[in-house]
Ligand binder design. Structure first.
Ligand SMILES: Nc1ncnc2c1ncn2[C@@H]1O[C@H](COP(=O)(O)OP(=O)(O)OP(=O)(O)O)[C@@H](O)[C@H]1O
Ligand SMILES: [Zn+2]
Length: 400
């Protein structure tokens, strides 16, 4: 090892059971991180600092200002850069001795297997179910451990799938895979994204750092991953608002009927079939596109602008979103509250405009109101919501 590395990594090398062998294992390791977003950034930052010899970064996306609250490797000055390149620049500034390989691609069933083959360990730092199933199947097919993280709102999860249970044994006994735990994908309407329901930067930070921690421990053979230990696969859950904040659940063994790990060659077949989008319920419609579709009772923001004085405007966003910005004439009834008793919110005989951020929730609300009224055209929803308002009517109206 170069002399200066003794100085750079000294504090971790002197930790119990780490030593020079631990550092050399990190140095010769190849780790792939899929997603350089909220989870990927903190994970990559610590993997780079700890001296993982080769780190691959997969992300097709570009840095946006709305990412910076949690995607801590990116900077305001690098807005518009591919995230993989921005992450590489930040990681090399921390540690020039490591090799960072950017892959500016969307991971899919055609590129996953050849890409994963050159790495020892995979971190799933993505944010959608179809990619999670793909990554897991590819890891099972190639026998790679998968360190999976997830975070939304104030909550997060960490799990090591396909975990080699006895690192010292040649016998390939593994813990469960992602499909063993989640054989059926979540319903699309239950999959809230960070854009829709929010996430705290510190929550993705906690989980991303734990992913890096698990990677370092696995590679260096520390704690439950020490050669003489038998690893116990667990699911760790974190809730920033909870008490306790952390809970650890011991996982059941692999499912014998698992489509991926329960039969020889199953995982590879699944990857090759590449049916992930359909399996997870088909493509999600683009929010803005759905919001643009017009119908009889759907009005454009220009009509709302003309009719706003004296009109009844119902804003169905959450109270938190309403508190960020709203039209002065609007009153706030969050969608969930409205759906419980739509009739309670209908003003007798007056036109009502239903409004939300993008024009999706307002359609659901307007439909419920109309049904409660017996299909009256009195209720109109605003196409494109407040985003359209801020683009087309008032550019000083804040968009978040
Ligand atoms: N199949 C995939 N291949 C490569 N990267 C992926 C894939 N799926 C998701 N990602 C990346 O994972 C990252 C997840 O980051 P994060 O959850 O913080 O959300 P985001 O997409 O950056 O932000 P927002 O949801 O607020 O728009 C994103 O950068 C995204 O591009
Ligand atoms: Zn399985």
């Amino acid at each position: 090892m170069p002399l200066e590395d003794y100085k750079r990594y000294g504090r971790q090398m002197i930790s119990e059971n780490f030593g020079l062998p631990g550092q050399l294992r990190l140095r010769s390791a190849r780790v792939l991180v899929v997603g350089a977003g909220g989870l990927g950034c903190p994970a990559l930052q610590y993997l780079a600092a700890a001296g993982i010899g080769m780190i691959g970064v997969v992300d097709p996306d570009q840095v946006d200002i709305s990412n910076l609250q949690r995607q801590v490797l990116h900077t305001t000055a690098r807005e518009g850069w591919p995230k993989a390149l921005s992450a590489k620049a930040a990681m090399e500034a921390i540690n020039p001795a490591i090799q960072v390989i950017p892959h500016i691609i969307f991971l899919n069933s055609s590129n996953a297997l050849p890409l994963f083959a050159s790495y020892d360990l995979i971190l799933d730092c993505t944010d959608n179910p179809q990619t999670r199933y793909l990554i897991s199947d590819a890891c099972v097919a190639l026998g790679k451990p998968l360190i999976s993280g997830a975070a939304i709102r104030y909550d997060g999860q960490l799990c090591v799938y396909n975990l080699p249970l006895r690192l010292a044994d040649s016998e390939d006994e593994r813990g469960p895979c992602y499909r063993c735990l989640w054989p059926v994908p979540p319903k699309q309407e239950e999959v809230g994204t960070c854009e829709e329901v929010g996430v705290l930067g510190t929550v993705t930070g906690v989980i991303g750092v734990l992913q890096a921690q698990a990677a370092i421990q696995l590679l260096a053979g520390l704690g439950p991953y020490a050669p003489e230990e038998k690893a116990v696969p667990t699911l760790l859950t974190y809730s920033a608002l909870g008490n306790p904040m952390f809970r650890s659940l011991k996982l059941r063994p692999r499912r014998k009927d698992c489509l991926a790990c329960g039969r020889e060659g199953g995982a590879r077949e699944l990857v090759e079939e590449g049916d992930y989008v359909a399996f997870c319920g088909g493509a999600r419609e683009d929010l803005e596109e759905t919001g643009r579709r017009t119908g009889e009772t759907r009005v454009e923001v220009q009509e709302l602008q003309r009719r706003r004085e004296g009109a009844v405007i119902l804003d169905v966003r959450s109270k938190e979103e309403f508190s960020i910005c709203h039209l002065p004439e609007a009153s706030n009834v969050p969608l969930k509250t409205l759906l419980r008793d739509p009739l309670a919110y209908i003003p007798p005989g007056r036109d009502m405009y239903v409004l939300c951020k993008l024009g999706n929730d307002s359609q659901v609300a307007a439909h419920a109101l109309r049904t409660a009224l017996g299909n009256s055209a009195q209720v109109k929803d605003v196409v494109g919501g407040l985003r359209a308002w801020s683009k087309e009517i008032d550019i000083t109206f804040p968009m978040y």
